[in-house]
Structures are given as C-alpha cells and as structure tokens.
Design a protein around this ligand. Structure first.
Ligand SMILES: [Zn+2]
Length: 341
C-alpha cells in the first residue's frame, strides 16, 4: 500500500505547519543559512492559535470576530438576525460552524466571497447543509464560479455589480469591488460603525507581500491600493492571511516597501544601457539565442534591484529574503511593459 501524504484535506494547513515546526527535520542547513529568522517584532504579535485545536476566534470589535488557523483568516459578524460570514478558507472550513458557535447561538445566514480564489472560498462546501444560506458575490466572481463548476465553491445566490450595501439586523456593511489582486476582482469589505476593513490578499501585516506582490494580476492597481485602503476610516485591517491583524501603520509601511521596490527597479532598469548590457551577454553566451540574451539582461536588473531592497528592508519587514526577488521581478515587468518613462 502506498504511503499517503498528509494533505490539506487530511490535516488543517496550520496544523501541518505546526507539525513541521515540531518535527524540525528535513531542512537543508546550508540552504536555511541564506534566510534570516522572522523578526522578533513580528513574532510578538502572532495570534495564539492552538494548533491541536486548529483555529482561534478573536473578537476585533463589538459583534465582529475573526477566525484564523494562523495562516488564513475569515471574519464574521453577529447581527441579532443571524451571522454574516466573510470567506470560507478550506484550511479550516470544517471548523467554521464550530468556531461561530463558540461566541453566538445565531445561525449563519449569509456568506460573502471576497474574491474567487480557491484558498478563500472552497471551505464553503462544509456549509452546504445550512438551510437557505445566502451566498453573496460580485457579478464577475459569480460568472467565473458558474463557469468553473467547482463543487467546493458553492455558487452565489445573490450577485451585484460594483458596490453593495448590506443592512441586516444590526449590521451595516459596505462592499466595493476593487482590482488589486485577482482576475475577477476583489472586495473591500467595510464595517463603518466598527472601524473594521477586510481587504483580502492585500499584504500580510509585519511581512512583505506574498510572492510576486501577493500574486497580483494587476500591478498598476496594486500600487494604488494602499492609498485606497487609507482613504477608509478604520482601526483594524483583516488581510485574510498572516499571523496577525493589521493597522493603518502596517498599510503605510507596506506602501513604503512597494514604492521603494518601484523606484529602485525603475532607476536601475531605466539607467541601464540596454545595448551595452546585451552586448556583454552576447560576448559570454553568443548571439544565437534571443531568449537567453533577454533572460540574462533582465535578470541582472532584478538581481541588482533585489540586493538593494533586501539590505534596506531586512530589519523592517519579515520575508524580504524569501519573496523580495519575486517582487523585483514582478516590478521589472511592470516598469518595462506598463510604466511611463
Ligand atoms: Zn487570492
């Protein structure tokens, strides 16, 4: 019989991470030396998830809660008429109803999808037996899910275009479609009376963004996102990921990082004499392989940019040594193919 691997479905992802941490093996020591430990100031604010339980429920404002497994986050509000849930990550999907029941007897009445990505929505399958569950999504997300026919991502029952205000029981919620991350669009989910803004896959507080600027499909929109966040009056940012919640200061710090990557890559890219740089590549590799010439020429810009960025941010945000190079590459593509001079 084949030995089965532990997967997301057999073990919550956070529990899996906890398991790896406990196991403490399988790390190539030489490779590990290239990476710095996570900054103490980031570790200090980690939400204390009990990995054996698999999730934590945190009160972030009156009637507003976050469920997290230490990697993913969903949010819910109690309204007096029933619970509204925002996102259903599969990593703790089987625990969502249990988590809600820890703080309220109200049933889950509505589920809002922040965007279409599997890792924030596929836990909906665990909620399929809730009677008359209303699932709300922006039209483009709904169209995509209808086309995809993924049984884990239950189809929306209510759609809207662009913006929607939800007034239900005591809750007032403003949904606004944005375009900083996924192809089909993302929501800013704002609770004006609570000082809470949920904006999934923007950036993880304390860290630089995830790979390639949080996998954005739209770097131009991503760069504008920070000011769009700051235009809201909020105290708590729920980013959908990370080991902690965010503040306005986190938004400002990550904006500074993104703008530093932008100006660094732009300066180095635009300051490079392309003919000379390509001639140097040709001298070393020959002129026959055009792809290779471009790869070497562009990668040199990425590497030079990354070295600068790493030095400036290694003590300020966690993870620049892991994903900083991917940020320089994504930004190089933006600067070279989208940006003005
Ligand atoms: Zn996503």
């Amino acid at each position: 019989m084949k030995k089965r691997l532990l997967t997301n479905s057999s073990l919550g992802f956070a529990a899996f991470v906890g398991f790896l941490a406990l196991a403490g093996t399988g790390t190539n020591a030489q490779e590990a030396e290239q990476y710095v430990p996570v900054l103490p100031k980031v570790i200090e604010r980690v939400l204390p998830v009990d990995y054996s339980k698999g999730y934590l429920v945190v009160t972030i404002a009156p009637d507003v809660y976050v469920i997290t497994d230490g990697i993913y986050q969903s949010m819910f509000v109690t309204t007096g008429e029933g619970v509204i849930l925002f996102d259903a990550p599969p990593s703790f999907g089987q625990n969502i109803e249990k988590a809600v029941a820890e703080v309220t007897e109200e049933p889950i009445r509505k589920l809002v999808y922040s965007h279409a990505h599997v890792d924030h929505t596929a836990g909906a399958e665990f909620l399929k037996d809730i009677p008359d569950l209303e699932i709300i999504a922006e039209q483009e997300v709904s169209d995509f899910l209808s086309e995809m026919r993924d049984p884990r991502r239950l189809l929306p029952t209510t759609t809207f275009v662009g913006e929607l205000e939800i007034r239900f029981g005591s809750a007032q919620i403003e949904l606004k479609k944005m375009d900083y991350h996924s192809n089909e669009g993302d929501l800013f989910i704002y609770l004006p009376n609570k000082g809470v803004l949920m904006a999934v896959d923007t950036f993880p507080p304390g860290y630089v963004p995830f790979m390639n600027f949080d996998l954005t499909m739209n770097m131009h929109a991503y760069l504008k996102m920070f000011d769009q966040l700051l235009a809201y009056d909020f105290d708590v940012l729920v980013p959908g990921h990370s080991t902690s919640l965010g503040t306005r200061e986190d938004v400002i710090e990550n904006k500074d990082y993104a703008m530093d990557v932008y100006s660094t890559v732009k300066r180095i890219h635009n300051g490079t004499d392309q003919n000379q740089a390509m001639m140097e590549v040709i001298e070393e590799y020959g002129a026959g392989n055009t792809f290779l010439i471009f790869e070497k020429f562009l990668d040199a810009i990425v590497q030079e940019s990354y070295r600068e960025i790493r030095d400036r941010w290694i003590d300020r945000l966690a993870g620049v040594d892991v994903f900083g190079e991917s940020h320089a590459e994504t930004m190089m593509i933006y600067v070279r193919w989208d940006d003005k001079l």
